[in-house]
Design a binder for this molecule. Structure first.
Ligand SMILES: O=C(O)CCC(=O)C(=O)O
Ligand SMILES: [Fe+2]
Length: 235
């Protein structure tokens, strides 16, 4: 792995995609575990107001909070640690492991930035692991605007519009995507099967624990802890 080259690419583009980073048998095992969790816990509803305004349809699960340790091996993966060291610098912290599940026929996620971009030093790093292929037939592709983590606030506008220069990612089983929290990104609607991704979020030293409590959409700033729209945008 050419860590220095990948780190430069990350800082330039705001994301990198590494296919085949994790092995298939480990991914298949985690994928089964995730699907059995959601089969047994199918009901979770975001506030309806959030759903309709954010156009974001994701059921989160924090396996560690349920005492499940099967995801620790990913967190401790040496290559992932070395890359994170190079990108975030000394004393970065891991935040949590969050599985995100979207049902067949659901909306995916509208364009957003995971946290406010005003201070360029303060951001979360999404370390996204895909336990199954994401294809055009299934939908749920991740879309990014390269370099947008250096462009400040995502402009107000159509929450699910198209940006010039956007790039559609189709991660496969075992792909690692590292995505800067200020990069403008979204997830396309889910067509033919439920969609799963697992995010091992991390932050540079000095970043507050609640950095991702406020998310920026093209039509609002939303605070998860209070379930409140803290700013209307582009009305
Ligand atoms: O699931 C994905 O591909 C992207 C999810 C996302 O927006 C995030 O983890 O912040
Ligand atoms: Fe995000």
């Amino acid at each position: 792995m050419q860590i220095q080259r990948l780190t430069e690419l990350f800082h330039q583009e705001g994301y990198i995609v590494l296919d085949g980073f994790f092995n298939d048998s480990q991914m298949a095992r985690l994928d089964r575990l995730i699907h059995s969790h959601y089969t047994n816990n199918p009901e979770y509803h975001h506030d309806n107001a959030f759903l309709s305004k954010s156009q974001t349809d994701v059921i989160p699960w924090f396996p560690k909070q349920d005492g499940i340790e099967d995801f620790d091996a990913i967190e401790n993966h040496q290559g992932l640690r070395l890359l994170t060291d190079a990108i975030l610098g000394d004393h970065w912290r891991s935040q949590y492991c969050m599985v995100m599940f979207s049902k067949q026929g659901s909306l995916g996620q509208a364009w957003h930035q995971d946290c406010p971009p005003e201070n360029t030093e303060r951001f979360n790093l999404n370390r996204l692991v895909y336990t199954a292929d994401i294809t055009d037939d299934c939908g749920g592709q991740t879309v990014v605007v390269p370099g947008s983590h250096r462009s400040g606030l995502i402009p107000p506008g159509n929450p699910v519009g198209t940006f010039q220069g956007q790039v559609v990612l189709r991660p496969k089983m075992g792909t690692l995507v590292l995505l800067h929290g200020h990069t403008w990104h979204r997830v396309l609607p889910i067509k033919s099967a439920a969609r799963v991704s697992t995010n091992f979020r991390a932050v540079p030293a000095g970043t507050s624990e609640d950095i991702t409590d406020t998310c920026i959409y093209r039509n609002m700033r939303y605070q998860f802890s209070t379930s409140r729209v803290v700013e209307e945008r582009g009305a």
